[in-house]
Design a protein around this ligand. Sequence first.
Ligand code: FAD
Length: 370
Amino acid sequence: MKYDYLIVGAGLFGSIFAYEANKKGYKCLVIDKRNHIGGNIYTEKIEGIQVHKYGAHIFHTSNKRVWEYIQQFAEFNRFTNSPIAKYKDEIYNMPFNMNTFNKLWGVVTPQEAQEKINEQIKESGIMKPKNLEEQAISLVGKDIYEKLIKGYTQKQWGKPCNELPSFIIKRLPVRFTYDNNYFNDLYQGIPIGGYTQIIEKMLDGIDVQLNCNFFDRKEDYISMAKKVVFTGMIDQYYDYCFGELEYRSLKFETEILELNNYQGNAVVNYNEYEIPFTRIIEHKHFEFGIQPKTIITKEYPATWKKGDEPYYPMNDEKNNKLYAKYKELADKEENIIFGGRLGMYKYFDMHNVIEEALQTCIKEFGENDD
Ligand code: FAD
């Protein structure tokens, strides 16, 4: 056997594993079916702008170890995610905070805002929400629901809110400060020069083969290494023997525009149902770019069918139960490790993937002494 590890997937999980294994002196082969490394965090420089090819990626964590780990591979800027929401011709700050409430109702103090929300919740008279619409109104009142939740959620799920189950929204973060920072984490930023350089550094000196689908030569690939790290879809690995897991997908539409500033913010959500996309990303603002042109990406929610890009695992009860069956098989494997958002069927942010990958490395190689 030529390799110690065959790593399927050159995304964040696979690349961290390869980097750590290589450091310990193990020989790795990384394969990916795409024509580039990086998985969904891949960025590409176009017109001098780092374009997030698979949607906006903002790094955030409260875990100091994770923050220090990722900074070995890139310097991060001070970007803070402060998306805005557009409803008709009105602009609102997100997440719902005092700026949002001031714009909605002219209230100035947290007490006034709280009273307004309480008043609307009381007026609704909803005691036991029967669907998502009632759940949202019972949490934040009708104004926020109508302008900032209804259309967006309906587009995201492809169904009216009164036909969606209430459990989709467990809580709605409401902030009674004038703070537009979307995340509550201690650390946040964007790698200066994009994410792809991070993966390039991780995979430096490691054999990588692109445009290679594991399933085209499964047995061959398995025979090349002592162990396999698999970051593709776990149900596909087992040939869907218990049935298919479900995902949500997205479609991206990217344009280069002959102007230097299109929307004045990296992320603008479009909350009206009549506009078919859910948000527009203007990539240059992630790095405070001053290039003469700009690049925008419209993001459209899409239902997933086999063969489409599986962006978000649907971690509802039905799918989690099905995943548990696959996990039982996976736990019995001695020479295969399943990792990442598709291998573990879980919506992971980047910091979660780093935590999971480092945990897997500790299990495999022992504690790091450096
Ligand atoms: P992936 O990046 O999916 O890598 C898996 C790789 O395996 C892929 O390259 C794939 O091509 C390859 N592969 C799969 N099957 C095979 C096969 N059969 N043969 C060969 N190769 C195969 N996280 C944040 O922290 N902040 C954000 O702002 C953020 N925004 C996001 C926005 C969107 C639209 C999406 C979809 C995700 C976002 N994330 C964000 C999450 C982030 O993308 C993931 O945490 C991370 O990319 C997961 O890494 P991974 O290695 O597990 O999976």
